[in-house]
Design a protein around this ligand. Structure first.
Ligand SMILES: [Zn+2]
Length: 380
């Protein structure tokens, strides 16, 4: 029996007709293993993996695929984040082989192939473009191979690499752009998976060097946050890794100037969702900008509420401490394009920088002092 049990281990245990009493004292259970055990309530039941939901939903009526505990128990929020025990990365060839083909890692590799298919089908990648990574240890990540179409990958195509990019296992050579993904993972521990692609609309913003505006669609504020911009560096180079890694600390979606988009999340589907969110948002803003009216952003007070909601879902937001007038200031996006937000409204309204009311007050005070001094001199 292993010291740490995962959800897959609990599945295996339940499949043998065993329950919680078969787990020795002192065994550590991952959060998803605990959930699975709680949900099972000792009953033998197999839950479908999220990569295969069709099998369960397509089952004919009367074909029981869930236990009563699953069907009527406490509903859970889906969570596919992979957690590992620090200091327990596999080292020997036998350990690495067992790890690579373990049910949990196999599911992740299958889902990477699936997300690649979704990217390619939505035309986010062309040719051999795009790449995906998932962190699976202190110093381990799974990574898509180089020179392969992302729409037709197999789970066994994924390379296992360390966080310096050295290939540890896998029949295909890892992508050169993995270094950028790894730079993000090293700087931002919440980044457990990265997704890179060249979706046409978002990439158009990156090519035109236009940062997408904020405060136009609530879901984008909550699930995406502000989209960051990284300066152009040669793809796959250490300079690109440094530039993008730094910007991605505060941004889950980053436009790479003259290149494409990279997103990160807590698992590979989450990272992929950020790619969908980014492309969809850029496309919508582009179309809205052609409808002949100025765009009217969400009010800053309401944006604050959305940022609070984002935080409650476990996602940081660098705008948390910003003043209200700064939150929806899109004056850099096509000047004259927004209602109420142009012409330095921020500075006049609440004093964000050099034109602030406080510095105006300081200037007025200085004028008063100088006038009094001159009058005093003249009076002598
Ligand atoms: Zn690229």
């Amino acid at each position: 029996m292993k010291k740490v049990l995962t959800e897959s281990d609990i599945e295996a245990l339940l499949a043998q007709g065993k329950g919680a009493d078969a787990i020795p004292a002192g065994t550590i259970l991952t959060p998803s293993a605990k959930d699975r055990l709680k949900l099972a309530g000792g009953t033998v039941a197999k839950r479908s993996s999220f990569s295969k939901p069709a099998a369960a939903s397509a089952a004919p009526a009367g074909n029981v695929t869930m236990s009563d505990n699953e069907l009527f128990g406490v509903p859970v929020i889906p969570n596919y984040e992979y957690t590992w025990t620090p200091g327990q990365d596999p080292k020997t060839r036998d350990e690495i082989r067992a790890f690579y083909f373990s049910p949990e890692i196999t599911t992740i590799r299958e889902n990477m192939a699936l997300m690649g298919k979704r990217m390619w089908e939505r035309e986010y990648t062309d040719g051999n473009g795009g790449n995906l990574t998932v962190r699976v240890g202190d110093n381990l990540a799974l990574c898509t191979p180089t020179l392969i179409c992302k729409g037709f990958m197999k789970a066994d195509d994924m390379a296992l690499i360390d966080l310096d990019g050295n290939q540890i296992a896998g029949r295909l050579k890892r992508t050169s752009e993995a270094m950028t993904h790894l730079a993000i993972m090293k700087r931002q521990p919440k980044a457990k998976a990265c997704c890179h692609a060249h979706p046409p609309h978002a990439t158009a913003y990156a090519v035109a060097k236009v940062q997408p505006p904020t405060c136009l669609i609530p879901e984008a504020e909550v699930f995406l946050g502000q989209i960051g911009v990284a300066e152009y560096r040669t793809p796959g180079s250490p300079e690109n890794a440094e530039e993008v890694g730094t910007v991605a600390i505060d941004h889950m979606s980053v436009l790479m100037i003259n290149h494409g988009v990279i997103t990160w999340g807590k698992d590979i589907e989450d990272a992929y969702w950020k790619m969908e969110n980014t492309e969809s948002y850029c496309k919508t803003v582009w179309v809205a900008s052609m409808l002949g009216k100025k765009l009217d952003p969400i009010k800053a007070s309401e944006a604050k509420t959305l940022i609070e909601l984002r935080k409650s879902l476990g996602m940081d937001d660098k705008r948390e401490g910003w003043k209200e007038c700064e939150l929806c200031d899109n004056s850099d996006f096509r000047p004259g394009f927004f209602t109420d937000r142009d012409g330095g409204a921020c500075q006049v309204a609440c004093g964000c920088d050099s034109g602030s009311s406080s510095s105006i007050a300081d200037a007025e005070e200085l004028v008063k002092t100088i006038t009094a001094e001159i009058q005093s001199q003249l009076g002598k």
